[in-house]
Design a protein around this ligand. Sequence first.
Ligand code: G6P
Length: 439
Amino acid sequence: MQGIKIVTIGGGSSYTPELVEGFINRYHELPVRELWLVDIPEGKEKLHIVGALAKRMIEEAGLPIDVHLSLDRREALPGADFVTTQIRVGHLDARAKDETIPLKYGVIGQETNGPGGLFKGLRTIPVILDICKDVEELCPDAWLINFSNPAGMVTEAVLRYSNITKTVGLCNVPIGMRMGVAEMLEVDADRVHIDFAGLNHMVYGLEVYLDGKVITEEVLEKLTSGAELTMRNIVDLGWEKEFIKALKVLPCPYHRYYYQTSKMLEQETKEFEEQGMRAQVVQSLEKELFELYSDQDLTVKPAQLEERGGAYYSDAACSLINSIYNDKRDIQPVNVRNNGAIASIPSDSAVEVSCVITKDGPKPISVGDLPVPVRGLVQSIKSFERVAAEVAVTGDYNTALLAMTINPLVPSDTMAKEMLDELFEAHMEYLPQFKLSVV
Ligand code: G6P
């Protein structure tokens, strides 16, 4: 590759300055020549604001990266080396419905692997699969790197329902955990290493190391003695000390929804009454961000972006692209085809696991199997993701109800059906695959 071409679909996202900053910081080893930011016509205004900021950031850095803005991905894709996807079908209004409708039934919506996540998946997967077809046709050698949520379900769908094999799903949770542990220990993050295994937003740190020495127990001890380890979008309600000691592995912030369901539900209900759901909080944060981005004097990524749950995506994304491009063979946690790395998860399913990143892509590091106490929950969420990915493609109502009912946050089939019907009604315009099946 002589000068890299990146195409970012959903380029008008408020997260884009993160990505641009990541490319600027790595330019010496990752020479990006063209950055195409692509969005849909509805997103034109945001695309132009973010695109102008991207151009100012690059100019300020004095780098020869050409930024192109486009409302037509087929114009952008030819010759791409890496295609990144960061889309939100239905925008934050749809997320608000994913979060609030389940709450009416006393269920946590959780927009990634909860009942809300099912609908986010049903809206997102068909669009991603269309993008896959274009990639296959127009830039068949490109790597497709997806950040769109629900990233686990989307990766599952791409692996099983498209012809794209060069694909990776990315999340900032593992990097957030590593940085959180480093902060806890007051050391630089590059001294901390974690062996990750599980699924997206359902990943565990099987072992934690400081300078190569295992420190898992110490970290778990700190975790239950007041040290925070969470993301901006998930409140830290503490953990029961004895539970974490017995668990023996480091949970991710999203595990709170599953191990602390009633407490988290109470918290979400309280937050909903006081300030609205996370979608609403993010809506006002986005407004603030776009006002900042519009300032012609702004030439760097504003610190306020770090208030978003997905902060530091760029480190994960750009490090991955860098390691593929330079065949670095370093270890990074990403979402890929399992290929037997985790014994009790199907080989053809997506898992989030530490991988060696080579020019031929991530090679998952085998963990044998997950410890028995965590294996069941991971398998449960995998079943949910698999069934959900299937129904996103087939549009079959009964299978949608199956996916909803087997989600561990959903307490009964009847409630699942009521929620499902209400969510279908709310999101119908974004679910064309269901039009014929639902009356
Ligand atoms: C996390 C997740 C992301 C998610 C984000 C939500 O960190 O890893 O997948 O998109 O938080 O953040 P937000 O600021 O949109 O609530």
